[in-house]
Write a protein that binds this ligand. Structure first.
Ligand SMILES: [Zn+2]
Length: 383
């Protein structure tokens, strides 16, 4: 991974590069950022830069023998540690059992989250495991580090999602975080730093990875794929999660129009246009379950935005101009008397879709409820 392949995060990149140039490389660093942010990619670009044999001012060369090995995550002095599951009759699972699969998963999307990883095992994972880094893993790390570095200046132990270390594993690694063998650095990549034990946290130097901005998102996908307005909408919908945005774009290539679907649904429901609703419903029922769920999550978000518009400062709104124009007229119909009922009903519907409910029946029933909810009068005057 090269720094130039990662959009945005200019400040963090600068901080990392300057650290290397001035020989201030912390021996235990925590890259902390939300799901779908650049924490793993920055950590990988940083590790690659540390070991590049032919660095340029701001990036790795991408062609030296170290870079080539880093490019496919196969450098012998890069140890990848990941949360694992007890599946396929593996008694004491450790990262080495799963690492091939994880590499493919990360090549598929560098911005994937812990949940995405666990979801891969949905059929084998009958007891709903969340992924764990066990004690044997910590023992393994001790063993690996007792050997000499193969070839690199910096041997890197990269722990992806260290918040999944169990207590025994955390305790066994504390000493190493504090004082790793010479030439070894720990890079931890977390999406939930507050789940790390304070004893662990206090031994790490934290690098805060910020959220992607709308501009970053446009730059990542390219202006011809994603307009600024659409990027803003997707950023708000996914909380700036680049992996989720990629998935939505892949799934929806031709029919990603949540706003239009939503605004027409609300208009039809308000007008009690049953024929129109029936047509709209046919269109939505023809889309996949994933898109139906995405649509319902979008409606929940918009109901919440209406409440913010009604009761709080407009600065808190996370919407684009089209949405704002619609909300200005629509939000009076959403209030304390119906918003909870609407959101509950929408959440129930998402669950029903998960249980394979008949989409036409579900959306028809939901529309009738919506007609009823929108007729409910509000009790208090609003701004
Ligand atoms: Zn290089």
């Amino acid at each position: 991974m090269l720094f130039k392949e990662i959009v945005g995060n200019l400040h963090t990149k600068k901080q990392l590069l300057e650290g290397v140039k001035s020989n201030r490389v912390g021996h235990a660093q925590l890259f902390s950022g939300k799901s779908g942010s650049a924490k793993l990619t920055l950590a990988l670009a940083y590790a690659q830069f540390l070991n590049c044999e032919n660095r340029t001012v701001n990036d790795s060369c991408d062609t030296c023998s170290s870079c080539l090995k880093y490019n496919n995550l196969s450098h012998p002095d890069l140890h990848l540690i990941i949360p694992v599951l007890k599946v396929n009759n593996i008694k004491d699972p450790v990262s080495d059992h799963f690492i091939g699969q994880w590499r493919d998963f990360i090549y598929g999307n560098h911005y994937s989250s812990l949940n995405d990883w666990i979801d891969l095992f949905v059929t084998e994972n009958k007891i709903g495991q969340q992924g764990t880094i066990y004690k044997h893993e910590a023992d393994n790390i001790h063993k690996k580090l007792s050997l000499k570095n193969y070839e690199a200046d910096y041997r890197v132990v990269l722990i992806w999602m260290p918040e999944r270390m169990n207590l025994e594993a955390s305790n066994k690694l504390l000493k190493l975080f504090e004082e790793p063998p010479k030439g070894t650095i720990f890079i931890l990549v977390t999406e939930n730093a507050n789940q790390l034990l304070p004893t662990t946290l206090s031994r790490l130097q934290t690098i805060k990875v910020s959220d992607f901005t709308t501009e970053d998102i446009v730059n990542h996908f390219g202006k011809n794929i994603l307009s600024f307005e659409k990027a803003k909408e997707l950023k708000n919908l996914t909380d700036a999660n680049l992996c989720k945005i990629s998935k939505i774009l892949n799934d929806n290539e031709n029919n990603l129009d949540l706003f239009n679907d939503f605004s027409s649904w609300m208009r039809l429901s308000y007008k009690m246009d049953i024929q129109g609703i029936s047509k709209w419903m046919d269109q939505l029922a023809a889309k996949g379950r994933k898109q139906q769920k995405l649509f319902l999550s979008y409606v929940i978000k918009m109901v919440r935005e209406c409440l913010i518009y009604n009761f709080a400062s407009n600065n808190l709104l996370k919407i684009n101009e089209n949405e704002l124009a619609f909300l200005t007229k629509f939000s009076p119909f959403i209030h304390e008397g119906n918003s909870i009922l609407i959101v509950e009903k929408l959440e129930e519907s998402i669950k029903a879709i998960n249980r394979n409910a008949n989409a036409k029946i579900l959306f028809f029933e939901l529309s009738l409820q919506m007609v009823k909810f929108l007729k409910l009068k509000r009790k208090f005057a609003i701004k």
